[in-house]
Write a protein that binds this ligand. Structure first.
Ligand code: NAD
Length: 475
């Protein structure tokens, strides 16, 4: 682990498994409460007693160096990401590694232009003139807590803007992918010149360390990505010290295929999207909404497309889909599929575990009831639920019939009609005819119970800034 600039071990360790084989990748340290306290104390000291929070040039240099170091060590990180997260090699050339590294570049560059000051108009008050301005300051010590599915993306989308803002950070790795995040800590300690205490990286197998961080009086802000259930617990825990809380939570996004869309291309998109990283993506469209009169035709096309999803060894460059992260996650997915069938959905294809490793077949359920569990709850597996709608209004109503609001997609030959429909769906991102909204400069986050706040882009930096308003009498 990285605590106060030093790489430290712990007396106890836990095992990290390769989900494609079920074999051990390595041992990760189990942070104790004392390790967690030491990490928070180091971050507090670095924030309160060093120039980190105010020296923008130093921060830009450190981010620039971090970007270079990540580029230099990209291939080691790639192999580790494939082995520990089960990420297919082809995905590491996108959202699993190469794009996340560019988030660091984006924030290093943003610092050159970003103004931490905003002047307000002079005002008259009590017969005097007052000059006023706003300064944006770092929010303080940040606890960053991440899940397992995109460990590089999630760590860097928190770390880079937090550091750019002048915050110091305690980053807690996911219990399922600790080694990837610890490797990041090692690179920071050994190659970046980021001052001691500014970044601390810890790992543990259970929730206790995360709970300690979210209630800690010396932590000013929490940046959390994970399930909605954990997000609720964190919000509650943070309330005792009234911390700033940023949450990126679950999703149950809908892809709407309008009656004028090309069904074959929409079917292809739907099939490959839901199998991306074996469905372990918060913003994936896991509900496919189709016009009732075209339900059977589109279901057949999606089933055909799913048959082309190559799954297996994630290290093979031709593999599109790798395994689920654990046996526990695979059992959860399988249980939901079985309950969906028991509730009346039709299992068109898939629905089976594949050994060795934690693989699950690409799975298609049709005639799904929009109020049933499979249409309402996040699966986090390669499972697509097809729901029929009557008209555009009905499609909007079904798309919005969820506690979540992270993303969505629409396919139509008429772009204006598609955009108009997208505006009526309450979600933080939207793809029109396959458009890609995801990138370092694009704010990402959820409406409703999918979260609070935005990550990446200028909005992602603003999440880590406080505003202080000044006024002086000038005449
Ligand atoms: P999780 O909520 O189980 O765990 C996430 C992290 O929180 C882990 O590091 C875990 O150790 C920690 N944690 C658990 N309980 C805690 C507590 N009480 N206090 C503090 N920390 C605690 O999530 P997961 O199963 O690892 O990941 C899958 C979930 O993440 C899915 O719901 C998915 O939608 C969500 N996710 C959301 C986004 C997004 O940007 N919206 C991105 C990726 C994943």
């Amino acid at each position: 682990m990285l605590i106060d600039g030093k790489l430290v071990e712990s007396t106890r360790t836990f095992t990290s498994l390769n989900p494609a084989t079920g074999q051990e990748v390595g041992q990760a340290p189990e942070a104790t409460a004392a390790d967690t306290e030491a990490a928070v104390a180091a971050a507090r000291r670095a924030f309160d007693t060093t120039g980190w929070a105010t020296d923008t040039e130093l921060r830009a240099r450190c981010l620039d160096r971090l970007h270079q170091v990540l580029v230099e060590h990209k291939e080691e990180l790639r192999e580790l990401t494939i082995a520990e997260a089960g990420a297919p090699r082809m995905l590491t050339h996108g959202n699993q590694l190469d794009i996340p590294i560019e988030i660091v570049r984006y924030y290093a560059d943003l610092l050159a232009d970003f103004s931490f000051r905003e002047d307000l108009a002079e005002v008259e008050s009590n017969g005097r003139r007052h000059r006023r301005w706003v300064e944006k300051e770092a929010a303080g010590v940040v606890a960053a807590i991440i899940p397992y599915n995109y460990p590089n993306q999630l760590a860097l989308a928190k770390l880079a803007p937090a550091l750019a803002a002048g915050c110091t950070v305690v980053l807690k790795a996911s219990p399922d992918t600790p080694l990837i995040t610890l490797a990041l800590g090692e690179l920071i300690a050994e190659h970046t010149g980021i001052p001691p205490g500014v970044v601390n990286v810890i790992s543990s197998p259970g929730p206790a360390v995360g709970q300690l961080l979210t209630a800690h009086p010396d932590v000013d802000a929490i940046s959390f990505t994970g399930s909605t259930a954990t997000g609720r617990a964190i919000m509650e825990s943070a309330s005792s010290t009234v911390k700033r809380v940023f949450l990126e939570l679950g999703g149950k996004s809908a892809m709407v295929v309008l009656d004028d869309a090309d069904p074959a291309s929409a079917a292809m998109f739907a099939a490959f999207t839901v199998c991306s990283h074996a469905g372990q993506g918060c913003a994936l469209t896991t509900r496919l909404l189709v016009p009732r009169e075209r339900h059977d035709e589109i279901v057949e096309q999606v089933a055909g497309a799913l048959a082309h999803v190559s799954y297996g060894d994630p290290a093979d460059p031709k593999t599109y889909m790798g395994p689920l992260i654990s046996g526990r996650q695979r059992d959860k997915v399988d249980g939901m599929v079985q309950r969906a069938v028991a509730a009346g959905a039709t299992l068109v294809t898939g629905g089976k575990k594949v050994d060795p490793g934690f693989f699950y077949e690409p799975t298609l359920l049709s005639n799904v009831d929009p109020d049933s569990e499979i249409a309402q709850e996040e699966v986090f597996g390669p499972v697509l639920a097809v729901i029929a709608f009557e008209d555009d209004d009905d499609a909007v109503r079904i798309a919005n019939n969820t506690i979540y609001g992270l993303s969505g997609a629409v396919h139509s030959a008429d772009e204006e009609r598609a955009v108009a429909l997208a505006r009526r769906i309450r979600s933080g991102t939207f793809s029109i005819n396959g458009g890609n909204y995801f990138g370092p400069d694009a704010p990402f986050g959820g409406y409703k119970q999918s979260g609070v706040g935005r990550e990446m882009g200028v909005a992602g930096l603003e999440e880590f800034l406080e505003r202080k308003t000044f006024a002086v009498v000038v005449g």
